[in-house]
Design a protein around this ligand. Structure first.
Ligand code: FES
Length: 322
């Protein structure tokens, strides 16, 4: 279901929804769409003048839909330019280069109970999940938290959805008893209950912390970060790219990926924030200072994978299998 081959999709419909969220329908210029599973995202290649970025956007269309993909993109003036570029470039008729779909946030489709929690633009993968769970006839609830009803994208769509009775809206400026109350709204931990969360980092930290405190097993709590604040500070260290026969110094505030690529090592990066997994590289020697949001706790403990776009060394040297 995933492809690393770029494909060209045409914007065939665009709705500028509440909350500065553009809902963009994409259809293939040629051929048919690659099927996707709920939780998957597309990598969009955004090229405009000196801008050349890859950004990831979750699919919110129905996985059963074979004619088009839909994504929702928040115009975020404090982002690094990707979302504003999408808002400028994705006009009806425009062609966009994409890769994917890829799914790092898959749904446990056989769970007896699923609780989906989306904050702001983090609602997008949850909509695809809700559609899939509804099609499967599973028990689920979708909690959607926003600042205010007036900035709630997908509001009308969700209120008209065949699973509308499973959607609970929570508005920050609304009455106290309708706000998300994790003590009340998280289910009791159970072997066949799965939680999913996506949204701004502070929101996710809050939900994930509450889920852990409540005793939900980490393997049943699923998360997807859209972006993350990355701490690049730290002492300098050395990195050997063994297969390439190149060793570089990584200075304070520099990154392994940038240092290696500047020296001619081939390494692919996309988000540069430790959330997409594109830059994950095998580590042969050395201790890793993980700064990403992509690797699981088990992968961190194994200590043989690193997100080279943001993570660092705890010691003086790392050896990578690249
Ligand atoms: S480029 Fe996305 S995790 Fe490193």
């Amino acid at each position: 279901m995933s492809t690393g081959t770029p494909l060209t999709l045409r914007v065939t419909e665009r709705l500028d929804d509440r909350g500065a969220i553009a809902r963009i329908r994409l259809e293939p210029v040629q051929g048919t769409l690659v099927p996707f599973t709920a939780g998957a995202h597309l990598d969009l290649h955004l090229v405009e003048n000196t801008l050349d970025l890859w950004r990831q956007y979750s699919l919110c269309s129905d996985p059963a839909e074979t004619g088009f993909y839909e994504i929702g993109v928040l115009k975020d003036p404090v982002s690094r330019g990707g979302s504003e570029a999408v808002h400028r470039l994705a006009v009806v008729g425009a062609e966009l280069s994409v890769e994917g779909p890829r799914n790092h946030f898959p749904l446990a489709e056989d769970a007896a109970q699923s609780v989906l929690i989306g904050g702001g633009i983090g609602i997008t993968p949850m909509i695809a999940m809700a559609k899939r769970l509804h099609a499967l006839g599973r028990d689920f609830v979708l909690h959607y938290c926003t600042r205010s009803e007036s900035v709630t994208a997908f509001l009308d769509t969700l209120r008209a959805a065949p699973f509308a009775d499973r959607v609970v809206f929570h508005f920050d400026d609304g009455a106290a008893d309708q706000k998300l109350d994790l003590a009340r709204d998280l289910p009791a931990p159970a072997a066949d209950t799965h939680l999913y969360v996506c949204g701004p980092q502070g929101f996710m930290d809050w939900v994930l912390g509450a889920a852990e405190t409540a005793g939900h097993a980490s393997g049943q709590v699923h998360r997807e970060y859209f972006s993350a604040d990355v701490d690049l500070t730290g002492e300098g260290f050395e990195v050997e790219a063994r297969a390439s026969g190149i060793t570089v110094k990584v200075g304070p505030k520099d990154t392994i990926a940038k240092a290696l690529m500047a020296a001619g090592v081939k390494l692919e990066v996309k988000c540069e924030e430790g959330v997409c997994g594109t830059c994950v590289t095998d580590v042969l020697e050395g201790e890793i200072d993980h700064r990403d949001q992509f690797l699981t706790d088990d992968e961190r403990e194994d200590g043989d994978l690193i997100c080279a776009c943001c993570s660092r060394a705890k010691g003086a040297r790392l050896v990578l299998d690249i």
